[in-house]
Design a protein around this ligand. Structure first.
Ligand code: MF3
Ligand code: CO
Ligand code: CO
Length: 250
């Protein structure tokens, strides 16, 4: 069942979403060579709890940290660690989910660590742009498959791989609720969008193969060919005749 949120519930989701995006704004200044992902985790954790919210990844299905931090060939669900130190030329995705007043806000960005190669920069900029292009078509009456079709078509035209094992998702009182929002698919298929639905769009786009494996920690998802992967995520509400991005930054 896909839950429909009232105007008041969307107001609360806007608050949770704004806090998550402000956390990503805050952490940007700390992303530099020499910093560990554990330090980034601590900073985000303190920021979120100091704003009367809870970092939803912490203890979610056993996840041990407050954010996901995914470097280079790590696609998603990287676990912050003192041993993971950023170096010049890396890319890192930070994924923040804030639970505030009973509702979730879920957003992520891929950041550059100093200067990155032109090939990687093109991947990251493409991923940012295709995320916004997919968001731009969201309105009542379109279908979930229309979103995935747009992302898959644009990515594969450039020779990029689209990850299938992880998708966008409904979001609200639950961290992950119906519907699933695949980043691939066929137009005119899947559930129809209605006003009051809230979900994420969060494509993971790879320089090479879309295929992945999960490390023995049970979380860290890595490209099979070791090529790098980028991701951006926003939480979206369907409105009367379009959409609202709940996780915009300043
Ligand atoms: N924030 C991720 C998402 O976008 C989910 C992370 S689950 C965790 O859906 F357990 F790894 F935190
Ligand atoms: Co999400
Ligand atoms: Co997320």
């Amino acid at each position: 069942m896909i839950s429909i949120k009232s105007a008041r519930e969307i107001e609360l989701m806007r608050e949770a979403g704004r806090l998550a995006s402000r956390t990503l704004d805050m952490i940007a200044d700390y992303i530099k060579p020499g910093v560990s992902t554990e330090e980034l985790n601590q900073l985000c954790h303190e920021f979120i709890v100091s704003h009367d919210a809870y970092p939803a990844p912490l203890n979610y299905k056993g996840f041990p940290k407050s954010i996901c931090s995914s470097i280079n060939e790590v696609i998603c669900h990287g676990i912050p660690s003192k041993k993971d130190i950023l170096k010049e030329g890396d890319i890192i995705n930070i994924d923040v989910t804030a639970l505030k007043n009973g509702f979730h806000g879920d957003t992520n960005r891929t950041y550059y660590v100093g200067e990155v190669s032109p090939e990687v920069r093109a991947l990251v900029e493409f991923t940012r742009e295709v995320t916004h292009k997919a968001i731009s078509i969201v309105k009542p009456g379109i279908r979930v498959g229309d979103i995935g079709h747009l992302i898959q078509t644009e990515a594969e035209a450039r020779g990029y791989g689209v990850v299938r094992e992880f998708t966008g998702h409904g979001l609200g009182r639950q961290f992950h609720e119906a519907p699933s929002i695949p980043h691939y698919g066929r137009p005119g298929t899947g559930p129809k969008l209605r006003k009051g639905m809230t979900f994420t769009i969060e494509p993971m786009i790879n320089l090479g193969t879309p295929d992945l494996h999960v490390l023995s920690d049970g979380w860290t998802a890595i490209t099979d060919d070791g090529k790098w992967s980028a991701q951006f995520e926003h939480s979206i509400a369907v409105t009367d005749n379009g959409h609202e991005i709940l996780t915009l930054s300043n």
